[in-house]
Design a binder for this molecule. Sequence first.
Ligand code: ATP
Ligand code: LTN
Length: 334
Amino acid sequence: MNKPRVLSGIQPTNGSFHLGNYLGAVKQWVELQESHDAFYCVVDLHALTSSPDPKELRKNTLTSVAQLLALGLNPDHCTLFVQSHVPAHNQLAWVMECMTGMGEASRMTQFKDKSQKTGTDRIGVGVFTYPMLMAADILLYQADQVPVGEDQRQHIELTRDLAERFNTTYGKALTIPEGYILKSGAKIYDLQDPSSKMSKSTESLSGLIEILDTPEVNTKKIKSAITDTGREIKFHTQEKPGISNLLTIFSALSGKSVTDIEKDFEGKGYGDFKGAVAEVVVEYLRPVRAKALELLDDPTHLSKILHAGAEKAAVVADKTVADVYERIGLIPRA
Ligand code: ATP
Ligand code: LTN
């Protein structure tokens, strides 16, 4: 009963997750569901910030759930739900927005990057308030830990600041969460451009390993991954970013240490190595893809899981909202 609590979320912004999402986040979700009281959500409200087509969003939300189950989440061991099914997320988000300074919200790297790309005049306000909704997601569940990739570190820091600010002003009502960010795997890089992270919102899909892609497509992508000068299979992020990225992937999926893999490939070339990486990735993902496609054939089953998840999540979330509302001076409805 007294297990520490974890919460995390993933956006349904694409038809498939990529290997970065899995190694940076979801792999840890699967492990933590055994040792922690785990809450995981598909953050469809966050996905609205990228103005998705409604049909696509519906499809991607269910596909996200199917992938999470196929990758190993077990609804008997964790609470799996869709963010918009629990209205408390919006309720607490507004309170968080009222406690956040314009300055600190403007300093969020994700907001700065997106507003630079799109231009501040045309960017939606949702991109600006995104981190406060994320803080609400986490604080509602009194999460102790938040398993995410490296790119989310700043959002977790803001969440901690907001929780501390709330507790100092209104009394200790919110747990201060910590990021659960691994040293290895927290940042997987694009296969074609190992200086940027593997990302769903990339322009070219050729550097992205998608969980639901066919074995043929993924093999081809890995075999055409950019490699570095030299011939040695050695982990060195500065001199050999491409090979290092492939070594990280190989090691995470095979369970072998990077040093052992380097030894196995002593005297061999990049071609052999890429072939071996492709095999490990494809064999790892083969049953996942099959399971996800099978789950998608039965949307009623998925809906049942999500219904039960939302019910469980709402009990915890509503309690936090009631406490927060009372502390900040909102009177209860009679
Ligand atoms: P993307 O950048 O690929 O469009 P995202 O960052 O917008 O994805 P989500 O899909 O919500 O966001 O990410 C889910 C989880 O995957 C987060 O914990 C995030 O940190 C992690 N993640 C995303 N990309 C990578 C990556 N390249 N390496 C490691 N973790 C990643
Ligand atoms: N911003 C996160 C997704 C996210 C999240 C959360 C992660 C939304 N709410 C709560 C952890 C906890 C991202 O990965 N882009």
